[in-house]
Design a protein around this ligand. Structure first.
Ligand code: GAR
Length: 198
């Protein structure tokens, strides 16, 4: 059975595009929804261009009421009936109540070599620490932020001239290779980690 994949974004959606474009031919999954918490997210137009249904649920009117925002999220997701949810640059923290409903079925890509640098500003933090290596991680989403079982990592060398911006730019193509490779395995129940070297 082909797996149904919903992709959650907040921005430009380059990882979403890489995932969506990978789900073709004999791939075991297909994209059924791209959802953003930001109605202005550039990725929404890209998804529509790829023929994928989109939904925007603006988090701002909900203020601090995360439960109400997540209830709206849940309704939209239940309508799309995804087997797998991919967070792809989705920049809202999800509560344990929400993640529990999708545990084992929700993936995230994070721009660091977890368990290093959970949260924000990962590129700057890797530079400040003097790390020789940086990278990205795809993991299962659990209640704790950026913390679930690791399904894949892509590594690259940090260069003496690197800045947070150059690190981010050099890492993005690795993210676009890693996330589809993990999803292809995950969609057939294979959780063997994918390890890539940039
Ligand atoms: C990516 O670098 C992704 O790893 C990061 O946001 C970017 C989204 O880019 N995600 C996080 O920081 C999650 N905490 P994209 O919209 O072009 O895919």
């Amino acid at each position: 059975m082909t797996k149904r994949v919903a992709i959650l974004i907040s921005g430009g959606g380059s990882n979403m595009v890489a995932l969506a474009q990978s789900m073709q031919g004999d791939h075991p999954a297909r994209p059924v929804l791209v959802l953003s918490n930001d109605p202005q997210a550039g990725g929404l137009a890209k998804a529509r261009g790829l023929g994928i249904p989109t939904v925007a649920i603006d988090h701002k009117p909900y203020g601090k009421d995360r439960a109400a925002f997540e209830a709206a999220l849940q309704t939209a997701l239940e309508e799309a009936r995804p087997d797998i949810i991919c967070l792809a640059g989705f920049m809202r923290i999800l509560t344990p109540g929400f993640t529990a409903q999708w545990e084992g079925r929700m993936l995230n890509i994070h721009p660091s070599l977890l368990p290093k640098y959970k949260g924000l500003h990962t590129h700057a933090r890797a530079l400040e620490a003097g790390d020789a290596e940086h990278g990205c991680t795809v993991h299962e989403v659990t209640a704790a932020l950026d913390d679930g079982p690791i399904l894949g990592q892509a590594r690259m060398k940090v260069l003496p001239v690197d800045t947070p911006d150059t690190l981010a730019a050099r890492l993005l193509p690795l993210e676009h290779a890693l996330y589809p490779a993990v999803l292809r395995r995950f969609a057939v129940g294979d959780r063997t980690p994918v390890m890539l070297q940039g």
